[in-house]
Design a protein around this ligand. Structure first.
Ligand code: SUG
Length: 445
């Protein structure tokens, strides 16, 4: 049975803004308080989805969440009408209000960890929504993320959903951003690589000093257990704490894999040689390509600024691979030259395509952050909610929907505008119809 990898891209929500909420994420901090353009952000994301669809890939759409999150504001003691709650929260702390308005669910690489059926003990596709416990604004995501995942992958014959790990930093889990799967072809048993930033229960182990390590070893192990992965096929590797302290807040900012290719920076991991050896020994298949990028070729700072590694490597229908990169990689000569040499070299990557996802990049989200990968065989693909798979018609519909509902300018001050809440709910209500999701949002229940 033929298997494919489907990218489910996060549709940017109507409250997309720059609030400087993510310590350790350079772009988020440096663009704090800038004005955002939610309409453009959503259209940029849709354009990337459409381009991948046009390249012959199967492309999915992952719905955004309800923001402002009035329920969280109520839980924090703000009372009265919706308008009063928004005003009181803004008065108490614009940052608390901004956290409850963040459109951060667009980065669906952080939505969940997914293990394809070829890897799991019960041969189902397993999903665990990430708890995102390290950042308050992101910790608001997992419950609704699960609702949406279940609305997209409903058939219990094929799909298994787990509750997100306990909401505590000991089990801090950032989903697929710290998870890479290497395999000969998507339908074959693969090696699942879990990258963590620190140990929660052992203070003697290495850890970053300046910025937080969001993912713990214990969380990664829990996910592998829940998904029924064989120890023969799972690899746990620590991220180099020194690069976390330079702004590499997720592993997908410094490494990217696809099938039998791993593109990684030489400073990405601790004990790289042992890691490479372990992957080699656990991988079944023909040739593995470890494409190492040295500091001399691309410095960590350049990798963080251009998001060279937050690219998508995709397999096209002729089995060649292409790399989907942000514009920043075209604008930086060294990175651009590196990419040209990469596609000219003897490895499966033969093409590079650049995309403008700048509205997302300004919050530290490149092309790879915007997508959740789900490898599916034919029967599983048939069982996916078809309304969430991109077609020309769905693309046109979503463009019309964005143009009808989204603003083209948003400042932190605007987040207390009760009209924005109404606009956002109206838009999402319509979206659940378009994507046939049912009542996944609290305001609909
Ligand atoms: O969690 N930015 C996100 C970016 C996530 C990128 N994802 C991956 N690398 N997979 C984060 O730091 C910024 C929000 C703000 O500051 O307004 C933010 O949440």
């Amino acid at each position: 049975m033929k298997s494919v990898e489907v990218n489910f891209d996060g549709l940017v929500g109507p409250t997309h803004n720059y609030a400087g909420l993510s310590e350790g994420n350079m772009a988020s901090l440096s663009n704090a308080q800038n004005s955002s353009n939610p309409k453009q952000a959503a259209l940029q994301g849709l354009k990337k989805m459409k381009a991948l669809h046009d390249m012959g890939l199967t492309q999915g759409v992952f719905a955004p969440q309800e923001r402002p999150d009035i329920y969280t504001l109520k839980r924090l003691g703000f009372q009265g009408s919706d308008a009063q709650i928004l005003a009181a929260a803004y008065k108490a702390s614009p940052s608390i209000l901004a956290s409850c308005c963040s459109a951060s669910t667009m980065w669906t690489a952080n939505a969940a960890t997914v293990s394809p059926s070829a890897d799991t003990s019960d041969q189902k596709v397993h999903f665990t929504a990430a708890n995102l416990a390290n950042k308050f604004h992101r910790s608001l995501e997992p419950k609704t993320t699960s609702n949406i995942l279940q609305a997209m992958f409903a058939d219990e014959k094929y799909f298994k959903h787990h509750q997100h790990l306990n909401d505590n930093e000991h089990f801090g889990d950032e989903g697929a951003a710290n998870h890479t799967r290497l395999c000969q072809s998507y339908g074959e048993n693969g090696v699942e690589i879990f990258t963590y930033g620190r140990f929660a229960f052992n203070r003697n182990m290495p850890a970053p000093i300046k910025f937080p390590a969001r993912q713990t070893f214990e969380a990664s192990q829990a996910i592998a257990r829940l998904h029924g992965l064989s120890t023969e096929k799972a690899v746990f590797v620590q991220q180099n704490p020194a690069v976390i302290d330079q702004g590499v807040f997720h592993n997908d900012v410094i490494a990217v894999g696809n099938q039998n290719v791993l593109l990684y920076h030489e400073q990405a991991y601790l004990n790289t040689d042992a890691f490479v050896e372990e992957v080699r020994s656990k991988f079944t298949g023909e040739q593995l390509h470890f494409l190492k990028v040295t500091t001399e070729q691309v410095a960590i700072k350049e990798a963080v600024n251009t998001y060279l590694f937050n690219t998508q490597i995709v397999t096209l229908n002729d089995n060649s691979m292409a790399i989907i990169a942000p514009m920043h990689c075209r604008e930086n000569k060294r990175v651009y030259d590196f990419l040209q040499s990469l596609i000219a070299d003897n490895n499966p990557i033969n093409d590079v395509k650049f995309f403008d996802v700048n509205e997302s990049m300004k919050n530290g989200g490149g092309p790879a952050c915007l997508r959740l990968r789900v490898a599916l065989n034919e029967a599983e693909l048939q069982a996916v909610n078809p309304a969430c798979l991109l077609s020309n018609k769905l693309y046109e519909q979503l463009v019309v929907w964005v143009n009808a509902h989204y603003r083209d300018k948003l400042m932190i001050d605007d987040l207390r505008d009760p009209q924005l809440l109404i606009e956002s709910r109206t838009a999402l209500d319509e979206l659940t119809e378009i994507l046939s999701l049912g009542s996944v949002y609290r305001f609909q229940q």
